[in-house]
Design a protein around this ligand. Sequence first.
Ligand SMILES: [Ca+2]
Ligand SMILES: [Ca+2]
Length: 353
Amino acid sequence: MKPMRENAGFWGGVLALGAAAILAACSDSDNASGNGVGDNAGSSAKAARDCTAPAKAFAAVEGGTFMMGQEDVYREEGPAREVTVDGFWIDTTEVTNAQFAEFVKATGYVTVAEKPVDPAMFAVPADQIPADMLKAGSAVFAAPDRPSNNYADWWEYRPGANWKKPLGPDGADADERRPVVHMAYADMEAYAKWRSGRIPTEAEWEYAARAGAENYTEQPSEANSWQGVFPVKDFEEDGFGGVAPVGCYAANDWGIHDMIGNVWEVTSDLYAPGHDPNRPRRNPQGPSANVAYDPGNPDFASRVMKGGSFLCAPNYCQRYRPAARSGRDPGLGASNVGFRLVYDSEKAAKGAL
Ligand SMILES: [Ca+2]
Ligand SMILES: [Ca+2]
């Protein structure tokens, strides 16, 4: 059962800030969405991308030891420490709309964003809650007309936005090759259980994203991020101005695509700013719910999300790196947040359990 305080904190924030607050967890990261369906046409500045589906659906990751964290960019990424993880199998791409649709078809599952919001989730009398806040929906990115440093200017709670309609009821249908978005943590867990996989720990995710590489600070060329001035102008020099189909950018050295960029990926670790140097060094997991703390959403336990999204620009969100991390509200999805699975056996990865 989800602790009440999680939702109360989140929804209280939504109410206070007129819905954009949802994203407090990602307030200084990129977030949201523009699930750029069909937005890859018509600009000569865009790089041509080969979006052929990767030949392999999952990659085997051998166990090993690596330096987790980074100390020269954002404070919450340190202190760096040596960590060891056991081997696992991992999806080579973010979970796609096509994959999630299979799950829904097989089970009839309805996501959190498709259900009306319980008024009890707000810590105020029901008659003080704006009607739209109680409608089923999710957080969607919409670029403002002028420069701003206030995330409330580019995030909105949009009734009718969900995985099938990433930009809301007036937007395009979900593209089957793009990553599924607008997932609450419970939705991701339900999919993982059905698929005989699990949500990776932050350590597993970061180890797989690094693929043996050292820390860096510059914006990588092989990742869907943002070129220009966030949040007003994206020159889309990397080929996409919104969410890209999975696999359009080169895989890392271990054959895994889009760990960096495209959509943020939620991990199973609870969030606290910075790594606790006293945590176990072998197969570490995040802090307990009592210790977890997200300054952007102080009333509930956020999950760690990794890798940045198509909204990460050098002027605002340098989170296009394996060590990058941000808190993610477990009860609310966003248009720039997705996930991928790991598996504890090859049989599970193949769906043969
Ligand atoms: Ca881009
Ligand atoms: Ca990603």
